[in-house]
Design a protein around this ligand. Structure first.
Ligand code: UDP
Ligand code: MG
Length: 332
């Protein structure tokens, strides 16, 4: 039966945790009772360098309940890295991993749908918010703008999907091959290419504690996402350079015309021409250097070139009992 691990990153969540722990335990028990998941399923809390009592709450819960596991990071590594720490630690002991926030803003009972989809054969199941009327107007609008912009520059993002998702073990193992330090999960996971599907749910209000993503952190997150996937910003500089170079040529003709018809001050012509020309050339040069820096950046990330889905070359992928079953079904 499916062994599930639920990974929850926590940063200063002492107000929320006791409730989260109880709710997730209840969820786990219910799914076990429904015979959807194995009783070996675990709940993994990652303390992302909290400064409050978060770790002591996690630690005590681990002593008390067998299904509870905890990891404590030495410092505040950030939401994305805390997620990765939890997933990589859990991948040995689980068939599939669900990641969710500690504040229970996302309906936890859609995990049932997640697991069903996994059992149908999907490696990745995205939780997608149906509506976000509990988020502030600014947060909603900026988020929307972000998805639009990312899609326009060619980064495939799932609209209104945050980091609430299920991944199979092999998907997490493939993810581990992405060696980049700045991991923008929402952009990388769709790159894996495994069979995926979406499940819709309603997002609720945070019950306790405050958001750990204030406005500036959100902007930084968005900018990180943009720059770790795309060279469009640097291309923009090159484009600007070419435009200004082009304008400088037109302008030069115009200025020369003015000079010849005698409508100018002495020295103005050469001055204005060189400002435009040199400005344009400089921008082109910066853009060019940027192209190379971009290439170096791509190389240093050492992303895997491809991810194998099925490999019948190495090892007995089809076990004997499965082969017998196939023969019974008439495929031989
Ligand atoms: N979080 C974390 N490290 C951080 C910031 C946030 O592990 O540096 C966790 C936080 O405890 C929560 C999740 O990431 O479980 C999402 O944060 P939050 O709910 O504050 O974000 P929001 O839902 O407001 O976007
Ligand atoms: Mg939240």
């Amino acid at each position: 039966m499916t062994i599930l691990a639920i990974v929850v990153p926590c940063y200063n969540e002492e107000d929320m945790l006791p409730e989260t722990i109880e709710q997730l335990r209840a969820l786990r028990q219910q799914l076990i009772d429904e015979q959807l998941i194995s009783s070996e399923s675990k709940i993994v809390f990652v303390d992302d360098g909290s400064r409050d009592r978060t770790w002591s709450i996690i630690y005590k819960a681990c002593l008390r309940y067998e299904e509870m596991k905890g990891i404590k990071l030495a410092g505040n590594a950030g939401h994305q890295h805390a997620l990765l720490a939890g997933m990589f630690a859990a991948k040995q002991m689980a068939d599939c991993i669900v990641t969710m926030d500690a504040d229970l803003q996302d309906d936890i009972y859609v995990v049932r749908e997640f697991v069903r989809k996994f059992q149908e054969g999907y490696d990745i199941v995205y939780g997608v918010r149906r509506k976000r009327d509990v988020d502030s107007y600014v947060k909603r609008r900026t988020a929307e703008m972000f998805y639009r912009m990312m899609n326009r520059i060619g980064v495939q993002l799932i609209y209104n999907h945050a980091d609430y998702r299920l991944m199979s073990r092999r998907a997490v193992e493939a993810l581990a091959q992405f060696r980049e330090v700045n991991m923008f999960l929402r952009g990388v996971v769709p790159l894996l290419g495994f069979p995926s599907t979406t499940v819709y749910y309603d997002r609720k209000e945070r019950k306790a504690g405050v958001t750990k993503y204030p406005f500036m952190k959100m902007i930084r997150f968005a900018f990180d996402g943009l720059t770790s996937f795309s060279m469009v910003p640097i291309r923009f500089v090159s484009l600007l350079g070419f435009c200004s170079f082009f304008v400088s040529v037109l302008f030069a003709l115009y200025v020369l015309f003015l000079k010849m018809t005698g409508h100018t001050q002495t020295g103005w012509t050469s001055l204005i021409m060189s400002i435009w020309l040199v400005g344009g050339l400089q921008l082109i040069a910066i853009g060019l250097v940027g192209e190379y820096v971009g290439k170096v950046y791509k190389e240093t990330k050492q992303r895997p070139r491809y991810i194998v889905d099925v490999d019948l070359l190495n090892g007995p992928i089809i076990a004997r009992h499965e082969r017998e079953k196939l023969t019974e079904e008439g495929i031989s």
